[in-house]
Ligand binder design. Structure first.
Ligand SMILES: Cc1cc2nc3c(=O)[nH]c(=O)nc-3n(C[C@H](O)[C@H](O)[C@H](O)COP(=O)(O)OP(=O)(O)OC[C@H]3O[C@@H](n4cnc5c(N)ncnc54)[C@H](O)[C@@H]3O)c2cc1C
Length: 399
C-alpha cells in the first residue's frame, strides 16, 4: 500500500491550473496527480477539434509533463472507489492510495437517458473523438455509396449539443448523406437570452440542422427515438449531449452528496462532510448557490483551491470562493463565426470567433500540449485525417 499526503484526483481544468501555479508556489508536500488519462481535453476548443479547425494535440493538456514540471507525481489510472471515512481510494489498475488530504476534480459524465444500439455520449471525450474518426466517418461513407440519408440525432439542445452539432455539420460538410436533428424539451441554449437563442436558431437553420422542440426523449426501439408525448423519429446514430451527472463511485464514497451524487462543498470548496476532502469543477455541488456545470467556474476555482490546500496543510484559515454572477459564453458556429452571450449582451460574427480563438489559444499556451510526433499511438486515433485531407470522394462532392 502506498502512503501519500495529498492526492489530486482527476486532471480537470482546476487541477491543471493548480499544477501550473505550484511551479511558482509549491505546497508543503509533494502531491500525487491521479488521472484516468494522460491527455486531458480543453472543452473550449473541442468543437474546433471536431470541426477540424484544430488538431487534437492543440486542445489537450499533457498532465504527466505538467505534473512533473510542478514537482508532483503522475499516475495514469482511474478511481473506482473512494472510502472517505478511511482516507483511501482504489483504482481500476488495482492500486490503493491512502491520503491525508484529497482534492477531487474528475468532471462529470452525461445522463444516459436512453440506452440502445448506436447511442454514444460526448463524454468521455477520449472515446468520442476516436469514434468520430473511425466509426462515424466510415458509416457516413457507406450511406453515401448507397445514396441513403444518415439521420444523426443529437439529444440535448444546450451549448455542448448545439456546438457539437454545428461542428459535425462543418466536418462532414461535403457529405450528401448527413442530416442532423437536435431533440430538445425546452428549445436550444435555454440558459441564454431570447436574442441569443434566436441567433443560435438562425445559425442552425442556415446549416440545415433540424431542431425538434418539446421533444422530451423517452426511449429508443428498433433505431427509432420516441418522445414522452408519443412523437418518434427514425435514427441511424444518437449522440447524447444530455445534462451532466457524476460518476457512480461518489454515491458510495461516504461523502455528503446532493440527490444526483455530486459532492456537496461549502464556500471553501471543502466537502460538507469531510474537511480533508476538497472538490471543484463539475463534480462539486456548491451549497451556497447552484452553479452551472461549465469550465468557467472550474477555471476560476483554481486560485482559491491553491490557497485553501496550502492553508489546510499548514493549519491556517481558509478563504471562500465567490462565484461570479454572470460570465461570458462564446459559442462556436464552426465556420469562422461565433456567438457571444453575457446577460443581455449578444453579438455574432467572425470577430467574435477571432476573439474566442485568441482566448482559447492563450489559455492553452500556459500548458504543455502533447507533441504529435512523440505521443505515438496514444493520441493517434484522434488524429485520423479529416475528409478534406483524405477522402477525395467526399471532397469532390461540393454542395
Ligand atoms: C463539447 C463541449 C463543449 C464545452 N464548451 C465549453 C465552453 O466553451 N466553456 C465552458 O465554460 N464550458 C464548456 N463545456 C463544459 C466543460 O467541459 C465542463 O464544465 C468542464 O470540462 C468541467 O471541468 P472540470 O475541471 O470539472 O473537469 P474535466 O475538464 O471534465 O476533467 C476531468 C478530468 O478527470 C479525469 N477523470 C474523470 N474520471 C476520473 C476517475 N474516475 N479517475 C481519475 N480521473 C478521472 C478525466 O479524464 C479528465 O481528465 C463544454 C462541454 C462540452 C461537452
Amino acid at each position: 500500500m502506498k502512503q501519500n499526503t495529498l492526492v489530486l484526483a482527476g486532471g480537470g481544468h482546476t487541477h491543471a491550473l493548480l499544477l501550473k501555479a505550484l511551479q511558482k508556489q509549491p505546497l508543503p508536500c509533494q502531491p500525487v496527480l491521479l488521472s484516468s488519462t494522460r491527455y486531458t481535453p480543453y472543452s473550449g476548443m473541442l468543437p474546433g477539434v471536431i470541426a477540424g479547425v484544430y488538431q487534437p494535440e492543440e486542445a489537450h493538456i499533457d498532465l504527466k509533463v505538467l505534473a512533473e514540471n510542478s514537482g508532483s507525481e503522475f499516475i495514469e489510472d482511474e478511481i473506482t472507489t473512494l472510502a472517505a471515512d478511511n482516507n483511501e481510494l482504489t483504482t481500476a489498475g488495482g492500486q490503493t492510495l491512502k491520503y491525508d488530504a484529497l482534492s477531487i476534480n474528475t468532471g462529470s459524465t452525461q445522463q444516459r437517458v436512453i440506452e440502445g444500439p448506436d447511442c454514444i455520449s460526448i463524454k468521455p471525450v477520449e472515446r468520442f473523438l476516436p469514434w468520430l474518426s473511425e466509426t462515424l466517418q466510415e458509416r457516413l461513407k457507406q450511406f453515401e455509396r448507397q445514396s441513403k440519408t444518415f439521420n444523426l440525432v443529437m439529444v440535448g439542445g444546450g451549448a455542448a449539443g448545439v456546438e457539437v452539432a454545428m461542428a459535425l455539420k462543418e466536418r462532414f460538410r461535403y457529405s450528401t448523406a448527413l442530416t442532423i436533428h437536435i431533440m430538445t424539451s425546452n428549445g436550444v441554449v435555454p440558459g441564454h437570452s431570447r436574442a441569443v437563442r434566436q441567433l443560435v436558431n438562425n445559425e442552425l437553420a442556415q446549416k440545415g440542422i433540424q431542431v425538434h422542440t418539446d421533444f422530451q426523449v423517452a426511449s429508443v426501439s428498433d433505431h427509432c427515438i420516441h418522445s414522452l408525448s408519443g412523437r418518434q423519429l427514425p435514427y441511424d446514430q444518437v449522440i447524447l449531449a444530455t445534462p451532466a451527472c457524476p460518476a457512480p463511485w461518489t454515491a458510495h464514497s461516504g461523502l455528503s452528496t446532493d440527490r444526483t451524487g455530486f459532492i456537496r462543498v461549502n464556500p471553501f470548496l471543502q466537502s460538507c462532510s469531510h474537511d480533508n476532502v476538497f472538490a471543484c469543477g463539475d463534480i462539486a455541488a456548491f451549497t451556497e448557490t447552484a452553479l452551472a456545470r461549465c469550465g468557467v467556474y472550474a477555471v476560476r476555482q483554481a486560485p482559491v483551491l491553491h490557497q485553501n490546500l496550502k492553508a489546510w496543510l499548514n493549519g491556517q484559515a481558509l478563504q471562500p470562493y465567490r462565484p461570479q454572477q454572470q460570465f461570458l459564453s462564446l459559442l462556436s458556429c464552426a465556420n469562422g463565426r461565433a456567438i457571444a452571450s453575457r446577460g443581455a449582451f449578444r453579438a455574432k460574427g467572425s470577430l467574435i470567433w477571432l476573439w474566442k480563438n485568441w482566448i482559447d489559444k492563450r489559455f492553452m499556451a500556459q500548458f504543455p500540449t502533447p507533441l504529435y510526433d512523440s505521443v505515438g499511438s496514444d493520441l493517434l486515433p484522434y488524429r485520423k485525417p479529416l475528409p478534406a485531407e483524405k477522402d477525395q470522394s467526399l471532397l469532390n462532392k461540393k454542395p
